[in-house]
Structures are given as C-alpha cells and as structure tokens.
Design a protein around this ligand. Structure first.
Ligand code: TMP
Length: 208
C-alpha cells in the first residue's frame, strides 16, 4: 500500500479555507481518493469540546492556557485521527496545524516561536505536513469579508493582532518555501479550487 500524504491548509481569518475545503473534499469524493479531513481546533470529540472552550467569546482564557489547549487538541488528533489515517494510506488534510499556533500564539500573542516549537515536538512527535497550502489574503480583505458577522474569541481580536498574524504567515512562507505553497485567495473560488487541486494531485501522485 502506498504511504499516505499529510497536507495542511492555512490562512488568516476570512481567507476562504472553508469554501476551498468543501470544493476539494467534494472532488476527492468524486475521484475516489481516500482522505481524512481534520480540523483544528476541533477534529475529534475531545477536540470539539476544546474548540468550544477556545472560541467562546465569554471565556477568559489566558494566553498560556490558550496555547496549551491548541496543543492538547492537536495531540489528541495526531494520535486518534492523523496517524491512523496516514497508516491506512489516506490523504490527510488538516484545516490548520502548527503554523496557526506559530502565527497566532507564537507571534500575535507574543509567546515566542521557541516555546511553540517545544510544545509541537511533545504534541506531534514528528507528524509533520509535507505540503502546506497558505491561502493568502490581506488583513484589509479579511476585515471586509468578516464584516459585521458574529465573531469568535480569536476573530474578535483587534486589527493589530490580525496584522501580526498576517506578517507571521508571510515570514513562515518565506522561510519554508519548499513546504509552504502560497495561493492567492483574492480570486474567483473556482480558479483557486483548480490551482489547489493541481498542487495537491501533483504531490499525491508523487508520494512514496
Ligand atoms: P477556524 O476559524 O479556522 O476554525 O479557526 C478558529 C480560530 O482559531 C482562528 O481564529 C485561528 C485560531 N487558531 C489559533 O489561534 N491557534 C491555532 O493553533 C489554531 C489551530 C487556530
């Protein structure tokens, strides 16, 4: 059996990840590609409970507790979802992974990349995406797209926070261009979907 492939998708709030994941998974189904869609926060029963704690605007979660909760969620999903699916030769797609923690907690919350990297080693134990799609939009477009809709605890952070998240993603993409593929998220959904499909299928066909 060929090995699985671990892919993550990243972007600032409002980047269009959810729409693109719907289009991608619908096509994977049609083409009978075996896949698992993981979501963080969320992605498992335990993860969904952690997601509620993390995103409820009324919860006064401290920055360090927030960091640890994202990694508790990830550790659970790595053991329960991601590793078994990779072992079965599936395409695992994670809607956010540690790049999100580097951008939101490491940079925007200023907890530091070193601390995030140490926790990543404990929680993920070498389970790394070989391909990451970074759906890039500007913070201005993010504000426009999120508009007046009800915001979760992270989305409700101020403009400076979201600009730091954006800058962190830009730096990550620059530093690891072999893994992170930048996809322009400010285009027609069908054009973006076509580009993502091509990138994913190229890697899927080349897997060991
Ligand atoms: P979502 O809107 O993609 O479901 O993600 C929920 C929020 O959680 C989003 O604002 C980004 C944030 N987040 C972090 O701050 N750190 C993380 O490690 C992850 C996975 C998400």
């Amino acid at each position: 059996m060929p090995a699985g492939l671990f892919l993550s998708i990243e972007g600032i709030d409002g980047s269009g990840k959810s729409t693109q994941l719907e289009l991608l998974t619908a096509r994977l189904k049609r083409e009978a590609v075996p896949y698992l869609l993981n979501r963080e926060p969320g992605g498992s029963e335990v993860g969904n409970q952690i997601r509620q704690i993390l995103l409820e605007p009324k919860n006064p979660v401290s920055p360090t507790a927030e960091l640890l909760l994202y990694f508790a969620n990830r550790a659970q999903n790595v053991d329960e979802q991601i590793r078994p699916a990779l072992g079965e030769g599936k395409l695992v797609i994670s809607d956010r992974y540690t790049d999100s923690t580097l951008a939101y907690q490491g940079s925007a919350r200023n907890l530091g990349q070193g601390l995030v990297a140490s926790l990543h080693a404990i929680a993920c134990r070498g389970t790394e995406p070989t391909l990451t799609i970074y759906l890039r939009i500007t913070p201005e477009l993010s504000v426009k797209r999120l508009g007046q809709q009800k915001k979760d605890r992270l989305e409700a952070e101020g403009r400076a926070f979201h600009e730091r998240v954006f800058e962190a993603y830009e730096a990550l993409a620059h530093a690891d261009s072999a893994r992170i593929v930048v996809v322009d998220g400010d285009r027609k959904q069908t054009a973006i979907a076509e580009e993502i499909w091509r990138i994913v299928m190229d890697r899927w066909k080349q897997r060991d």
